[in-house]
Design a protein around this ligand. Structure first.
Ligand SMILES: [Ca+2]
Ligand SMILES: [Ca+2]
Length: 305
């Protein structure tokens, strides 16, 4: 929220006049970039034990948010006490955005054919205990016995799968059962090459058609997700996991902490564990940040879609 206010307040300058000169033909749907905005972030190590939700609340109240790290350089910028214990960072596999819900967060379920959730929020019935993000690698969805379950996306895990052809218009899709064992990604490639994509199931009609088609087979459908997102919703694929992590070992490890080793490698852990915290503060210009604060920067492109 603070970041939004900060961007808006810094964007008070009018856009270049030539972009909005009277008499220019209106271009519908054209994307107009209004300006670039560089945001700097300083990190603050909080030497107090808190759960992850309490840490998020604390950082949002006193700073900007929990820390986002986009590089090793960012990680090395934090001034940490010595010695110190594990500390929460802003990365979370946010349960309310994917557990039996078709949410719109960056770690929610999306359909392969559209890259988005179901337009009407439709989801099939999940098996008891599913989805469970088992072993921190269950992020692709299969159907079996009329229910959905998340399963291992790795190449060694193969199943039959269902493609579709036709259009996305309700009632126009035709589903095809492919009786070959492929991983979820290979099945996606196959469907895109020979049909349209892996099956997208957007309503009861689609669902019942697929149930009747597959009988007792276990099949991949086109649903998957990218686990983890940053508390401040910045997009970064940078990860710094320690070997063997994340593992969601207890089935409840949805929050991410760094360990005290020199590389500050990451582990997934139970969100209610009391740990130290790393917050971040956003500031407009380096001179607005605290003196001697370790800084990182991110460029925000604000557009006028
Ligand atoms: Ca599972
Ligand atoms: Ca773990």
């Amino acid at each position: 929220m603070k970041l939004q206010m900060l961007i808006t307040s810094n964007d008070a300058a009018p856009p270049p006049a030539d972009l909005f000169s009277p008499g220019l033909p209106e271009v519908v749907g054209f994307r107009v970039i209004l300006g670039f905005h560089t945001v700097y972030y300083e990190y603050h190590f909080i030497n107090t034990d808190m759960t992850w939700p309490a840490a998020q609340e604390y950082c949002r109240l006193h700073y900007h948010d929990l820390a986002t790290f986009t590089s090793m350089d960012d990680i090395q910028r934090v001034n940490r006490p010595s010695p110190y214990a594990y500390a929460w960072i802003g990365l979370i596999d946010d349960l309310p955005s994917w557990y039996r819900i078709m949410g719109n967060e960056s770690n929610s379920w999306v359909w392969s054919a559209t890259g988005t959730t179901s337009p009407g929020g439709f989801q099939g019935p999940w098996e008891t205990g599913e989805p469970d993000f088992n072993s921190a690698n269950n992020a692709c969805v299969m159907m079996r016995n009329g229910f959905w379950a998340d399963d291992n996306c790795m190449n060694t895990n193969t199943n039959y799968f269902v493609c579709f052809t036709g259009s996305l218009k309700p009632g126009s899709k035709e589903f095809i059962l492919v009786e070959s064992f492929l991983s979820w990604s290979d099945a996606q490639n196959y469907c895109r090459e020979h049909y349209v994509d892996l099956a997208i199931i957007e309503d009861e009609s689609d669902f019942n058609t697929v149930v009747n088609l597959i009988g007792g087979y276990w099949v991949w459908i086109g649903l998957s997700r990218q686990p983890y997102r940053w508390s401040d919703n910045r997009i970064s694929n940078f990860k710094n996991w320690i070997g063997g992590e994340p593992d969601n070992k207890q089935g409840n490890e949805h929050c991410v902490m760094e360990n005290p080793d020199p590389e500050h490698l990451w582990l997934d852990a139970w969100c209610e564990a009391p740990l130290k915290v790393i917050c971040q503060q956003a500031c407009n210009l380096p001179v607005n940040c605290l003196p001697n604060a370790p800084l990182t920067e991110d460029t925000i492109i604000r557009d006028g879609t």
